[in-house]
Design a protein around this ligand. Structure first.
Ligand code: NI
Length: 130
């Protein structure tokens, strides 16, 4: 194992909403992704999902419980947020942004429940770095 510069990892690809796995911690992947525009509403039934904004800004719309409506959390660069398991959410980046996500290895980017997957969203458990 060698140290990995996140800047170099992020410079090695251009795909949006298509995370790369930079390392693992026990049973978890540390993934980085470039994001812009809308992801899609989805739910991870069995795991929380941790976000760190490395650059830009990430908004995450949340539907936390039946009848409570929606709210959106705004994460400027340097912010962290954890989406609890079972919470429907939709990330959105108003500007080109870079995020780090921590979640169990094998977790699908589009969750266990989701609507139609738009063409610009990669449904993946993460790609290895080249
Ligand atoms: Ni998610």
């Amino acid at each position: 194992m060698e140290p990995i510069a996140l800047s170099a990892a992020l410079a090695s690809f251009t795909d949006q909403w298509s995370p790369r796995i930079v390392t693992t911690v026990n049973d978890y992947d540390v993934r980085v992704a470039k994001v812009e525009g809308e992801h899609l509403w989805h739910t991870h039934d069995h795991t929380d999902e941790f976000f760190l904004v490395l650059d830009g800004e990430l908004h995450i719309a949340l539907r936390e419980s039946a009848g409570s409506g929606e709210r959106t959390v705004v994460l400027p660069k340097g912010s962290v947020f954890t989406v609890p398991r079972g919470t429907e959410h939709k990330p959105y980046a108003p500007v080109p942004s870079e995020i780090l996500v921590l979640e169990p290895t094998g977790t699908l980017t589009v969750g266990d429940q989701h609507g139609e997957i738009p063409a610009h969203v990669d449904a993946t458990t993460g790609h290895t770095l080249n």
